[in-house]
Design a protein around this ligand. Structure first.
Ligand code: CO
Length: 511
């Protein structure tokens, strides 16, 4: 690198580092709002968050970044930069171009309308009346469409909806998602029919046994420790707190998870802890040498979800894992689960039953909830459906795909916070995560055919080490389509995931 190029690059990286630090501070303020904040702080907190986001917008659209980018990319030595440096420049450029393309007025109006719409959603949901949400949802959708039209030009996507998908899953398109979701939907339909026709249905009584919250708290700590997420030692980089909706927030050495506890549903906390720990491990195991650089982050939301789903379902709902862990669980929860057998426990936690609520769905039907949302979003943005038609479209698809009858819009189209929060194009990443997790597991089995035995012997380090080497260590060096190819040698494909489901559930339900 020439000294000029070196200097421009270093200046860009210093600015990137400032933004990363600012975002991690914003995340911490947000974490506090969800976990610790006393009620009276609401308006103070909202002022603090608004200021932080204004500063962040100003810093990321500073014309000096544009000048530095120009200087770096126009330098005659630019082509001699390494893969890592070029990717850093690409990520800074992408962010700068997108941020500067959006008019400040549109950004602030959208933020304001999001807050209003979330509030309207809470009231409409409590009253079970979609009509109360409709006008604000229409306004928000209109603002999101305007942003999508602008981003479409910058990102050079074919449709506005593709531009929104690209925010969460770079370079993914609605067309590519439909091409993978359609066969997945067919496969799931066939699998669900076999499961429902089986006379061999599990007894879920075990899961209704009451376990006090203090005991569940101990279970959460021990479980996350088993997976390698440290919340207890002097070197700990994590902690577990309580919120209604579990989440993970943090950066490298300070990554926190939350869970929820309900005495009559101990399994709910177990699987939310496994899920969030999967997210946390990804953040903590990114390459140390890339800390404070744009590449030192996750690949995409879908990849993030692949890590949480891997630990929640592929490990956390497996017989292998519970062979070792059920005795520990029994000991911590004694005497409540004393007479529980491995077989009935594993069958109970893998109970498949179509339901109305996405966040309560089992591993098999979960993806049908997502496919419904994706199909509706696609129609909304292509103009084929209007906000007015949402409840009817929703209820029809739930009846058709899941065979459930939605009684009111609170348990129907208003169940999730995503659309009122302005998150469009986000839902498909959940199922993409599952699909990636299937492909990743196939690659893991190819490399380490013995990994199941390691899990039985309580050695999660083998699996964790493989994930670090093959997934986490790439940070944000590649777009998701390239990363999945790098890991597995294959393109995005739902087949390994369907095969995994089929093998597992044919064993559990006997078909
Ligand atoms: Co998640």
């Amino acid at each position: 690198m020439t000294s000029n190029l070196q200097s421009f690059y270093e200046q860009l990286m210093a600015r990137a580092k400032d933004l990363i630090l600012l975002h991690s501070a914003e995340a911490l303020v947000h974490w506090d709002m969800e976990t610790m904040m006393p009620p009276r702080a609401v308006s103070l907190r909202s002022e603090q968050l608004t200021l932080l986001s204004r500063i962040s917008h100003k810093m990321s659209t500073d014309p000096e970044i544009g000048r530095l980018l120009q200087a770096v990319t126009a330098d005659l030595q630019y082509e001699s930069l390494g893969e890592v440096e070029k990717r850093n420049v690409h990520l800074i450029k992408k962010n700068y171009e997108e941020q500067t393309a959006l008019p400040e007025k549109l950004v602030s109006e959208t933020a304001k309308q999001q807050a209003i719409t979330v509030n309207a959603w809470k009231q409409a949901k409590a009253a079970k009346r979609f009509a109360m949400l409709k006008p604000d949802l229409e306004k928000l959708l209109d603002l999101s469409r305007q942003a999508a039209e602008i981003l479409m030009k910058v990102k050079q996507t074919r449709t506005p909806y593709d531009a929104l998908i690209d925010i969460y899953e770079p370079k993914m398109t609605a067309e590519a998602i439909a091409a993978i979701f359609n066969p997945l939907q067919q496969g799931l339909k066939g699998l669900l029919e076999k499961i429902q026709a089986s006379p061999n249905q599990p007894d879920t009584e075990i899961l209704k046994r009451a376990i006090p919250i203090e005991v569940q708290w101990k279970i959460a700590k021990a479980l996350s420790q088993t997976l390698g997420y440290d919340t207890t030692t002097r070197e700990a980089g994590g902690r577990i707190d309580e919120t209604e909706h579990p989440f993970t927030e943090g950066y490298y050495d300070d990554v926190r998870i939350t869970t929820h506890y309900s005495p009559e549903e101990f399994a709910s906390s177990i699987f939310s802890v496994l899920h969030e720990t999967g997210h946390a491990l990804y953040e903590q195991c990114l390459p140390q040498q890339w800390k404070y650089q744009p590449i030192g982050t996750y690949c995409s939301m879908g990849f993030h979800e692949s890590q949480s789903r891997f630990y929640e379902n592929i490990i956390g709902r497996s017989r292998e894992f519970w062979t070792n862990w059920l005795p520990k669980l029994k000991q911590i929860a004694a005497p409540t689960l004393d007479n529980v057998h491995l077989d009935s426990f594993v069958r109970a936690i893998n109970h498949v039953k179509p339901s109305k609520i996405r966040i309560e769905a089992d591993e098999v039907t979960y993806n049908l909830h997502i496919i419904i949302r994706f199909q509706i979003e696609k129609e909304l943005f292509s103009g084929k459906a209007s906000v007015n038609e949402l409840p009817e479209l929703w209820n029809q698809k739930y009846a058709e795909y899941l065979g459930v009858e939605i009684q009111n819009d609170s348990e129907g189209v208003m169940q999730d916070t995503h659309w009122p929060s302005g998150l469009y194009g986000y839902f498909p990443t959940y199922t993409l995560g599952n699909i990636y997790s299937g492909q990743i597991t196939a690659a893991l089995t190819r490399d380490l055919p013995d990994w199941h035995n390691q899990v039985i012997q309580d050695n999660l380090n083998v699996v964790r080490g493989w994930l670090i080497k093959n997934v986490h260590s790439y940070g944000n060096l590649y777009d998701p389509a390239d990363l999945i190819k790098k890991i597995t040698g294959e393109n995005l494909d739902a087949e390994p995931y369907l095969r995994y489901l089929h093998e597992k559930y044919s064993g559990l339900y006997g078909f």
